[in-house]
Design a protein around this ligand. Structure first.
Ligand code: CAA
Length: 263
């Protein structure tokens, strides 16, 4: 598959670790419609590309992960255009959330508005010490439109989410770590190596089990506990229909490392 874009850089390493960089550094990687359309195409392809084993999402340049949706483009939108723009963002971020492989956000600078929301669509977030998070939409008379009003509260709880969204204030990497918005904070030069290391650790596990765990967690979060547990039992059961389940348990009993085949 080819991944040639104007505002995205895609690098697939030989072992399957794939990095997608939002590449509009002049505008701090702000997301406009053409960039979102490219992301939609890109994540759609990555989801079915057998060469892709893990995805790291980052911003190009030193300063920003993504400084939000493009304010210039939004400034002239009508209500209908605003809704359509939000829906396009949702399509892209849902596609990221549903990738069958792990998606890690490598937050290397500003992650504001749509940038924070992009990070939220990933499985988890690692931040450099220079990262800054925020949902500043109320400063512009709008609310988060790419999932922030939903995913942020689900991740950090409604108290912290409401404080971030109502004040529009930025939180630094340490504070983001304290409130559970990011899993780890590392020095800037360690950010990508740390993300790659965790991806490689996950890539050694049974791929269908990873995809199934991801699906069970994500889907379960929008269910009541009883339905979530019932869904878990269903997904748990389907794992037993895979060759990798047979191999994983056989390898344990034979005291050797499993060789998974993604089958
Ligand atoms: N949209 C469009 N352009 C943006 C942008 C954005 N979200 N963020 C930064 N830029 C552009 C700036 O306009 C500037 O371009 P020019 O040189 O042509 O003027 C360039 O990027 C560099 O930015 P600054 O000069 O402002 O850099 P700075 O270091 O002084 O400040 C910043 C950095 C604090 C991140 C500041 O740029 C800023 O506040 N940006 C806006 C961030 C924001 O509010 N994002 C949320 C948008 S709303 C949203 O995302 C809605 C949603 O949920 C979908």
């Amino acid at each position: 598959m080819t991944y040639e874009y104007k505002n995205l850089l895609v690098e697939i390493q030989d072992d399957g670790v794939t990095t997608v960089s939002v590449n509009r550094p002049k505008f701090l990687n702000a997301l406009d419609t053409p960039t979102l359309e490219e992301m939609k195409d890109c994540f759609g392809k990555l989801a079915t590309d057998p060469a892709v084993k893990a995805v790291i999402i980052r911003g190009a340049g030193e300063k920003a992960f993504v400084a939000g949706a493009d304010l210039k483009a939004m400034s002239t939108m009508t209500a209908v255009e605003g809704r359509d723009f939000s829906n396009l963002g949702h399509e892209v971020f849902d596609a990221i959330e549903k990738l069958p492989v792990v998606a890690v956000a490598a937050v290397n600078g500003y992650a504001l508005g749509g940038g924070c929301e992009l990070a939220l669509a990933c499985d988890f977030r690692f931040a450099s010490t220079t990262a800054k998070f925020g949902q500043p939409e109320v400063n512009y008379g709008i609310i988060p439109g790419f999932g922030g009003s939903q995913r942020l509260a689900r991740l950090i709880g409604k108290g912290y989410a409401k404080e971030m969204i109502y004040t529009g204030a930025m939180v630094d990497a340490e504070e983001a770590h304290r409130i559970g918005l990011v899993n780890r904070v590392v020095e800037p030069e360690q950010l990508i190596p740390t993300c790659e290391e965790v991806c490689r650790k996950i890539m050694k596990k049974a791929p269908i089990a990873i995809a199934s765990a991801k699906d069970a967690i994500n889907r379960g979060l929008s269910m009541d506990l009883e339905s979530g547990l019932s869904y878990e039992a269903q997904v748990f059961g389907t794992c037993f229909a895979t060759l990798d389940q047979k191999e994983g348990m056989k390898a344990f009993l034979e005291k050797r490392k499993p060789v998974f085949m993604n089958k």
